[in-house]
Structure formats: structure tokens, C-alpha cells
Design a protein around this ligand. Structure first.
Ligand code: ADP
Ligand code: MG
Length: 629
């Protein structure tokens, strides 16, 4: 949406032409130690240990490839080794000397039989082909989330393996390709590792990356702030496949001889182990996991060989490496469930204290860009019904909300309030009726597009991006709503929103660590990042004490005044509803049974009946006054 750009005059797509200092520092902190070690190894080691180092560098690139998808989307991929294998076989067939092809691949079509490319060109071609293939395959996979997506990637691995083995004329089937030029040594692998680390970090820290991580934390909430979940997933999938393909190309030109088996389950699990040990969700975790697991394997192998050589000749010690590795992984996971790095990046730990103080210092608060919105338009709910199986949770409800107006939506438990909010925000499909926004029927739009039309919402059961920081929660929403600002301005905007809700001092905290009252406020701040015209709040005062709910009352009243937005507030706190709302709508069994100014509704016999009936059934008491104070 461009309404924001227009007001500030600052725009330009996200990260273009700019890399944040944290991104660079984090990449350097990972890369420099590895580079120093590798270059020393290159100068001093013999050829066998040099090979181990090169192999490690390439595998680390592969781990980064997996992590760009798995880390940002939260979907474990078993499939990326397929892209490595495809790329390796494409570059192999393009670079193999013509004489060798005559011997090992006699059935190649003539146009390929005569080709003998340089490794960089062949690698580039392989990369492009695999990336395009990955994009196409990604379209259906991006529609899936969680376990079904993982299983789809597993299927992909098996199918691609089958295809490579089946394409005998091009690949020698399950036999090894032989004679692929071995052009990759430590310096070459190192350069590409640097590129891969930087790329992975830039992607993670970019606005689409932030949207993805938000989505990983909570998909419905991400949709509710306007994240195009499928589109973003497809992007992560494609970028990660390209990095995996790069690793495949490098591995091909490191090994020189390889069969499809090289790119199947064993390498997939080795890479996943590295990711799990280091921490799935950060680039630092991926790299450090690769380092640790490689070192561990090397040490265990050494011990195993040493024991076999010097201690027992019979029986040989067998499987020590695998057992040791498994135990080490279990130990890491026992100690740190989310892997060594958890959700952190290296520079966040490194400069932790500085960042902490830096962010806590009160900074100048940018004025909110919101201006009072004209009183035009309305959000109209017309005969909306929603059935779950036989149950009509919402049964022909009508309601109208105008900008600048606060409408309370009350009703006994299970009367369909939350369901109605879901119908409006696009989280649920309507069974009947329609939702009209400023004259346009939005009933069939997906949640993220309704959000982008500036209808915000919060959730009854708080849905924050728990592992993102407080300020990242808001920035994700700014990003998803299409706000494109320079990074400093983006931070200032997010901070201004936090300030409006009185929670700016919590900016660097993980959202999941806040008290519930503050989490509810953060949810509202996040929803405000859409610059909503209409805001749907589902029990914003739930779990709050009287003081907290009075504060909330003040904040909501202020929002209406300063932004002129239309608020639809569901709450059980009738004291709050009666004091806050211009109008109150009462829902019972999915139908509107009363509507009017608070006093009127409070006295309505049908309403008292609905509440009383409910109370009788629930508690068998009739003495309590039915409605608030
Ligand atoms: P309220 O928010 O007013 O307490 P809800 O909208 O949560 O009520 O629920 C209305 C009715 O719909 C309840 O009977 C509830 O059990 C049912 N319901 C809500 N969501 C679902 C769902 N996703 N699947 C099946 N039934 C649901
Ligand atoms: Mg509810």
C-alpha cells in the first residue's frame, strides 16, 4: 500500500541497495574465523586434510541452503539434497571431457556429447536450471504448511533420485559419473561460502524474511497482518534451492566422481543433524552446527581408528562415530531444545549488552503518520452465516461499523462472536451472506488481502510472534502491509506504535516473555501497523485486572480520537464495554438479538434472558445481576 509512502516521501523497496550493520557484522563473525582457519589449512595441511576442509566448506553451504527455507518458514525440508543432486549431474554432464563421455556416457544426444564447458559456466547453467525447476515444484509445496510440507519434500527427494537414476543416458543411472573436473579447492569453496552466508543473512534480515519468520511463529496472525504466506514461502523455497544447487555444483567439482546416492538420505540427515544441533532458525546456528558436527565426526573417527589400530584388533570397534554423534545431538537438545543458537544470531549474543542499552534508551519518537480518516464508508456484515458441520455458529448476523465509531459485540460464551470476527477478517470462509467494505464485497478475499485493505484484528487467544522481539512483531506487520521505509525510519515508526500503547520500553524483549496484559497491547500495536480503518478486537481485556482494563479503555478511546478508526470490541468485561462503546450489539446463538446504546441494551429483556439462561445452565444461580454494574 502506498498511502504511507505518499505521506513521508520516503520509499524504495526494502533492503535494495543497503545491508544493515547487524547483517554484515553477523556474517563477518561467522565467516572470518572459518576463513582464517581454512586459509591456514590450505597453506599448511596435506592434501587429505585439505580435502576434509573443502568438503566441510561445501557442506556448510548446503546447510545454509536448507536453513534459508527451514529456518525462516519452520518447515523441515528433506528435499533440498534433490536440488544438490540435480545441479551436480547437470554440471557434471556439461563439464566432463568429450573423450570420457564417449566411454562412460555413450548414449548422450550428439549436442551434449560434444560439449565440454568450463566449470563456472556449467555451474551457472546448472544453478539457473535447478532454480527454475525448484520454483515450479515450489508452487504446490508452498501451499502446504507444517508436516504435510515436510512430507512433500521427502517425496520430492525420492522422486528426483528416481529421475536421476532413471535418466541413464545422461547420468549413468545409479553408477558414478567419472572424470568431472576437480576444480574446487579451499579458496574456491571459501569464496562461495562467504557469498552463501551473506545471502542467507540478507534474506533472513530482509523484510520478506521478517514476514516469513512471523509466519513461522503464527500463521493465522501473519495472515491477519497482511502476510502473503504462500508467496513468501515460495520465495524462501526458491532462494534456498539455489543455494543448495550451488553446494551441489561445488560438491560435484570437488569429488570428481559421484553417483546419485551421494545426494540422497545420508547427506540429508547429516545436514539436518547439523541444523538441529546448531539451531534451525538462525544462520549462525546453521554454520556453527556444521562446524561442530564436522569436528565431532572427525574426532570420533580418529578415536575409532586409533582404538582399532592400537587396542583391539579383534573385534573391531564399530559405529562409535554414529553412536557418539547421536549422543552429542541428544545432549545438545536436552540442554537447549532449539539448538545451540536457539533463535539468536551471533552478533545479537556478541553485542547483547550494548544492544540492550542502545534500544532501551528513549529515542525520539516519530510522529504517527495516521491522520484522521474521513467519515466515509463502512464495514457492513450482511446476513453472514458460518456453519461448522451441523452447528450454525453464526446464523444470519447483520452489523455495521463506521470509521470513528466503537461498537461492542457481546453475548454469552459460544454465541459466535469470535467466529463472526473470523468471517469478517477472512480467517474463515462464509457459509452464507457477505461482508462489504466501503462498498466492495470482500467476502471471498483471503485474510492477508483483507488485512491490506486496512482491516486489523487481534485474537482471543493471543497470537504473537513469540520468538520475535516486541519491535520485530510490529516491523513484520509494517513490512507485510507494504510500508517501505529506510531501516531507521522503520524502527522509529514501529517504536512510535509501541509508544502509543505504552510498551516502547519492551522493544528488545521476546514477545513471548511479556505478561499477558502487555502481550494484548502488543497485539493491538501490531494491528495498528496496518494503519487500519477498522480494528476488530477479540476480548482485549481478558485476564486484565481493573487497573489494566481502565488503562486499556483510555488507550482505545484515544485511538478512536487520534486515528478515527472504527473499533469492533468483543469483551466479557461489560463495565469496559458499557463505558467505551457508542453502540452495543448482542449476539446469541449466532444471531443478533439486540442492538442499541449501552443503557438500552442493558435493560433489554431478551438480553437479560440470554445471559440469565446461560448462567442458570452454567452455575444454577439466579442471584447475580446479569449485566455488569
Ligand atoms: P464466542 O466467541 O462467542 O464465545 P465462538 O465463535 O468461539 O463463540 O464459537 C461459536 C460456536 O462455534 C461454539 O459452539 C463453538 O464450539 C463453535 N466453533 C467455533 N470455532 C469452531 C471451529 N473452528 N470448528 C468447530 N466449531 C467451532
Ligand atoms: Mg470468543
Amino acid at each position: 500500500m502506498s498511502h504511507i509512502d505518499g505521506q513521508t516521501g520516503k520509499s524504495g523497496r526494502g533492503t535494495a541497495g543497503f545491508v544493515a550493520s547487524g547483517t554484515l557484522a553477523g556474517s563477518a563473525l561467522l565467516f572470518v574465523p572459518i576463513a582464517i582457519f581454512s586459509l591456514v589449512a590450505w597453506q599448511t595441511f596435506g592434501s587429505a586434510p585439505q580435502g576434509t576442509v573443502t568438503h566441510f566448506l561445501i557442506i556448510t553451504i548446503a546447510v545454509l541452503g536448507f536453513s534459508v527455507f527451514t529456518g525462516n518458514t519452520g518447515v523441515v525440508s528433506f528435499g533440498h539434497a534433490a536440488f544438490m543432486g540435480l545441479a551436480a549431474h547437470i554440471t557434471g554432464v556439461l563439464t566432463m571431457p568429450v573423450a570420457q563421455k564417449g566411454v562412460f556416457l555413450p548414449d548422450l544426444p550428439p549436442w551434449l556429447a560434444g560439449v565440454e564447458m568450463n566449470f563456472l559456466l556449467a555451474g551457472l547453467i546448472a544453478l539457473v536450471i535447478v532454480t527454475v525447476i525448484a520454483f515450479v515444484i515450489g508452487i504446490p509445496i508452498a501451499r502446504l504448511g507444517g508436516a504435510s510440507a515436510s512430507i512433500a519434500t521427502l517425496g520430492l527427494l525420492i522422486i528426483v533420485y528416481g529421475v536421476i537414476v532413471g535418466a541413464r543416458d545422461y547420468t549413468r543411472g545409479s553408477q558414478a559419473l567419472i572424470g568431472v573436473p576437480k576444480t574446487v579447492d579451499i579458496p574456491v569453496a571459501l569464496i562461495f561460502l562467504g557469498v552463501a552466508i551473506l545471502l542467507a543473512r540478507i534474506f533472513r534480515d530482509s523484510l520478506p524474511g521478517l514476514e516469513l519468520r512471523a509466519m513461522r511463529e503464527d500463521e493465522p496472525a501473519a495472515r491477519a497482518i497482511g502476510v502473503n504466506v504462500q508467496g513468501r514461502r515460495l520465495l524462501a523455497w526458491t532462494v534456498s534451492a539455489a543455494i543448495a544447487a550451488l553446494a551441489g555444483v561445488l560438491l560435484a567439482h570437488f569429488l570428481g566422481v559421484y553417483s546419485p546416492k551421494e545426494f540422497y538420505f545420508q547427506i540429508t540427515f547429516a545436514i539436518l543433524v547439523m541444523l538441529i544441533a546448531g539451531g534451525m532458525t538462525s544462520v549462525s546456528g546453521a554454520v556453527v552446527g556444521a562446524v561442530l558436527v564436522t569436528v565431532l565426526i572427525d574426532v570420533l573417527r580418529g578415536v575409532e581408528e586409533n582404538i582399532n589400530a592400537n587396542w583391539f584388533s579383534e573385534p573391531t570397534v564399530f559405529g562409535l562415530t554414529d553412536i557418539g554423534l547421536s549422543l552429542a545431538i541428544l545432549a545438545v537438545l536436552f540442554w537447549r531444545r532449539d539448538g545451540l543458537f536457539g533463535f539468536w544470531e551471533i552478533e545479537e549474543l556478541w553485542g547483547g549488552w550494548r544492544r540492550w542499552f542502545g534500544l532501551r534508551a528513549p529515542s525520539e519518537v516519530a510522529p504517527s503518520q495516521a491522520s484522521r480518516i474521513d467519515q466515509g464508508g463502512a464495514l457492513k456484515i450482511e446476513n453472514v452465516a458460518k456453519a461448522f458441520g451441523g452447528l450454525r455458529a453464526v446464523d444470519g448476523a447483520n452489523l455495521e461499523l463506521r470509521p470513528g465509531e466503537i461498537v461492542g459485540l457481546i453475548g454469552p460464551n459460544g454465541s459466535g462472536k469470535t467466529t463472526l470476527l473470523g468471517c469478517i477478517s477472512g480467517a474463515l470462509d462464509l457459509t452464507a451472506g457477505k461482508v462489504v467494505l466501503d462498498g466492495t464485497d470482500i467476502s471471498d478475499l483471503p485474510a492477508h488481502r483483507i488485512a491490506r485493505r486496512r482491516v486489523g484484528r487481534t485474537f482471543q487467544n493471543i497470537r504473537l510472534f513469540a520468538h520475535l522481539t516486541v519491535i520485530e512483531n510490529v516491523k513484520a506487520a509494517l513490512a507485510a502491509s507494504g510500508t517501505r521505509l529506510a531501516p531507521g525510519a522503520m524502527d522509529a515508526r514501529a517504536r512510535a506504535l509501541l509508544n502509543e500503547l505504552g510498551i516502547a520500553s519492551y522493544a528488545p524483549r521476546r514477545a513471548g516473555t511479556l505478561a499477558y496484559g502487555l502481550q494484548r497491547r502488543l497485539e493491538i500495536a501490531r494491528a495498528l501497523a496496518l494503519e487500519p480503518r477498522y480494528l476488530l478486537l477479540d476480548e482485549p481485556a481478558a485476564g486484565m485486572n481493573e487497573t489494566e482494563s481502565d488503562e486499556l479503555l483510555g488507550i482505545l478511546g484515544h485511538l478512536r480520537e487520534s486515528r478515527g478508526l472504527g473499533l469492533l470490541v468483543v469483551d466479557h468485561d461489560l463495565r469496559l464495554i458499557m463505558r467505551l462503546c457508542d453502540r452495543v450489539v448482542v449476539l446469541n446463538r449466532g444471531q443478533v438479538i439486540a442492538e442499541g446504546v449501552p443503557g438500552e441494551v442493558q435493560a433489554n429483556p431478551d438480553v437479560i434472558e440470554a445471559y440469565l439462561g446461560k448462567r442458570r445452565a452454567a452455575t444454577r444461580t439466579t442471584s447475580a445481576p446479569p449485566l455488569g454494574d
